[in-house]
Design a protein around this ligand. Structure first.
Ligand code: PHE
Length: 341
């Protein structure tokens, strides 16, 4: 038997050397160690030997077996490494940049962003430049320089979020006018867009919303220029809709007006129009000729320059454009609403 074991030992060595793939390696394992394998049968035959011989043969057989298993293992690991190398270096290569199997949903722009961009692009086409300013402002830029005296109702704590004494969240985009005029000399043709904040919450007001503001300063700017500019902007956004100006009041413009656009749903022939509340008109913003005191506050000479300004709520324009009827839906981040844009 000992001869047999030694023979098998040699045989196993040369067989292992011949094997070159995982399949034949497994076959070799079964051949020797499977249920009816050569080593397995030898082990079974140990029980027929007398105890002395059994111990001796058992030890040799065991070492043959563990030896063989260790070699099988190491061959297996080598082969796996070679296989992996082959897969990594040879075709077909795996291209991890290929798209996945399922269609990947692309995001879309928020309706506020869409309208904002559309308005900015329209104004840029007629020579306006985007100016910007901080959302945390001080009373000077938000109110004082805009001819809004300290006893004006707009300065009431109810409307404006104060952060600290004299420091607040801007309640409109108009402070950007002041900042820009303080930095630059006329002529000026700027717009500013962004978030504004007011302490207000109901169906038609949210504490944060967006505005776009326009400012034109030149030697002789007229109300007709203002109207033509707004007419142009409205045409870009809604097509040709008549406008009307209603006299109004803003501390920083004189004269001031509220701007209405002919209702885009009933086209001004309201029977029962839910869009305009049967008035035939939709309010879209405020405007006016820059007040001389505003020019004085930025060291412009009101006898030498004139200007107009207008402001609009982006949410309002977006609601009209896309037929959205609840302002709050802009801020709820409901996927079903947002994916429509
Ligand atoms: N700032 C004003 C508001 O928020 C809008 C406006 C801007 C009016 C410019 C006139 C001129 O209500």
């Amino acid at each position: 038997m000992i001869d047999n074991i030694q023979r098998i030992q040699k045989e196993v060595g040369s067989e292992l050397a011949k094997v070159s793939d995982l399949d034949s390696l497994e076959k070799l394992r079964v051949h020797y160690l499977g249920k009816k394998g050569i080593i397995t049968s030898l082990m079974a035959s140990l029980r027929d030997l007398d105890p002395e011989r059994r111990r001796e043969m058992g030890a040799s057989l065991n070492s043959l077996k563990t030896d063989f298993e260790a070699q099988l293992d190491s061959r297996k690991r080598d082969m796996a490494r070679v296989q992996l190398d082959k897969e990594l270096t040879q075709s077909p290569k795996l291209d991890v940049t290929l798209p996945g199997q399922f269609p990947i949903a692309t995001g879309s722009f928020h309706p506020i962003t869409l309208v904002m961009e559309e308005m900015v692009e329209a104004m840029e086409r007629i020579g306006y430049q985007v100016a910007s300013g901080p959302e945390i402002e001080n009373e000077f830029f938000n109110f004082e320089a805009l001819n809004t005296p300290s006893d004006h109702p707009a300065r009431d704590m109810q409307d404006t979020f104060y952060i600290d004494k004299g420091i607040l969240l801007r309640s409109h985009t108009s402070p950007v006018q002041i900042r820009t005029m303080k930095d630059r000399q006329p002529p000026l043709q700027i717009i500013s867009v962004g978030r504004v904040y007011r302490s207000d919450y109901d169906m038609t007001h949210t504490p944060m919303f967006h505005q776009m503001e326009g400012l034109f300063v030149e030697q002789s700017v007229s109300l007709a220029d203002l109207k033509a500019t707004l007419q142009y902007l409205v045409k870009q956004l809604f097509g040709n809709q008549p406008l009307r100006f209603r006299p109004s009041f803003f501390p920083f413009t004189e004269p001031s007006a509220e701007v209405d656009m002919r209702c885009i749903l009933c086209k001004g022939a309201p029977k029962e129009c839910r869009m305009c509340g049967s008035s035939g008109w939709l309010e879209i913003g405020g405007c006016g000729m820059v007040h001389p005191n505003v020019f004085r506050s930025v060291n412009y000479d009101p006898d030498r320059v004139t200007g107009f300004a207008f402001g609009m709520g982006i949410e309002r324009i977006s609601m009209l454009k896309y037929g959205i009827d609840d302002l709050r839906s802009f801020f709820e981040n409901d996927y079903r609403m947002l994916e429509q844009f």
